[in-house]
Design a protein around this ligand. Structure first.
Ligand code: UT7
Length: 331
């Protein structure tokens, strides 16, 4: 049985952090940020009493309303995030409670910017093997909670947001999630990480003083690995499924840097107008970028469209998913 995405939803907070705002905070400028990354603004969750689960819950509530289902019908919630509300209970646990998914169980999955992709593949298994009929996959991150707003090399990149999709058994044999290729390589661990707060470096005065609870990135090696990793894996999945650039209706890339997206699009031989790009509005929302793209482009997607999803992120982790879109929005 094939799993199909049957509904998408997303949530971004109202408050904006623009490039102009950042020039007041660190030594940067609009031209540098736009030309090096493609980003103009990010949405930031400013309410100190709200966290990743609140954004995820908003996305899941909208998802249920759009699909016309009661949250109690959800079998499982899988949340990809690197900014869980707390170490435990899991963000999925908290989302389930906030939306009233009283019969669901769930867990979090940590794969940084590839998190939504890994979670989508994990959720797919429960449909394919006939275990469940309603699987919710969430990608949500409150990146502002781990960004150092005195570090100009990272604070310009990230934003907050959440996206969610509903997976159900496909109505036909044709459409739905067809193939995935995922990789991880711990050789990349040192280039993009948040060291503090885990079992290796439990919170202490020292971890705070050394800023170990903030995200750290050595941008250049990550950029280099991302450009080849995301492009190669996208080409690999096309080749394995006999697809040319012309066969692909949409490339749905993780939104980390416009130059990485452009390199992937060129390697795949896909026309640029078939690439979902919203990095200018949201920045890098980590696990939320891909479901937010699906939400923003949902009205343009047609049943049977070939979509290639692609991501690269901390770990390193990377991968690609090939799916045939399963519904027309007006159906
Ligand atoms: O989503 C997870 C995966 N993450 C990624 O895929 C991100 C990958 N990395 C990148 O996207 C890029 O490396 C960055 C956007 C982070 C940086 O772009 P870059 O073209 O690699 O710049 P750079 O680090 O080589 O810095 C070039 C110059 C440096 O100055 P010098 O040494 O040439 O004098 C930096 O100090 O730009 C300087 N710089 C800035 N200038 C103005 C760094 N950050 C800024 C800034 N504003 N915000």
């Amino acid at each position: 049985m094939r799993a199909a995405i049957t509904c998408v939803a997303g949530y971004v907070p109202d408050d904006l952090l623009t490039n102009a705002d950042l020039t007041e905070m660190v030594d940067t400028n609009d031209e540098w940020i736009k030309s090096r990354t493609g980003i103009s603004q990010r949405h930031i969750l400013k309410d100190p009493l709200k966290a990743t689960s609140d954004m995820g819950a908003e996305a899941v509530k909208t998802l249920c309303e759009k699909r016309g289902i009661d949250p109690s019908e959800i079998d499982i919630i899988i949340t990809a995030t690197v900014t869980p509300d707390m170490m435990f209970p899991s963000t999925s646990n908290l989302i389930a409670q906030k939306v009233g998914a009283t019969k669901a169980w769930g867990f979090d999955l940590s794969a940084a910017c590839s998190g939504f992709m890994f979670a989508l593949t994990t959720g797919t298994q429960f449909i394919q093997n006939g275990t469940y009929k309603k699987v919710v996959v969430v990608g949500a991150d409150k990146m502002s909670s781990i960004v150092d707003y005195t570090d100009r090399t990272t604070c310009i990149l990230f934003g907050d947001g959440a996206g969610a999709v509903l997976l159900e058994p496909s109505e036909d044999e044709e459409n739905g999630i067809i193939d995935h290729i995922h990789y991880c390589d711990g050789e990349g661990a040192s280039f993009l990480r948040q060291e503090g707060g885990g079992s290796l470096n439990p919170a202490s005065h020292e971890t705070v003083d050394k800023k170990m609870h903030f995200l750290f990135q050595d941008g250049k090696p990550v950029f280099k690995a991302a450009v080849t990793g995301m492009a190669d894996v996208s080409y690999e999945i096309m080749e394995r499924n006999g697809l040319t650039g012309d066969d692909v209706a949409w490339l749905v890339p993780h939104q980390a840097n416009l130059r990485i997206i452009d390199a992937t699009q060129r390697r795949m031989g896909v026309d640029r107008e078939k690439v979902m790009i919203n990095i200018q509005d949201y920045g890098n929302t980590t696990a939320a970028t891909i479901p937010l793209c699906l939400r923003d482009w949902e009205n343009q997607l047609k049943k049977g469209d070939n979509l290639i999803l692609a991501a690269f992120g901390g770990g390193f982790t990377w991968g690609s998913i090939y799916l045939k879109w399963a519904y027309d929005t007006d159906s």
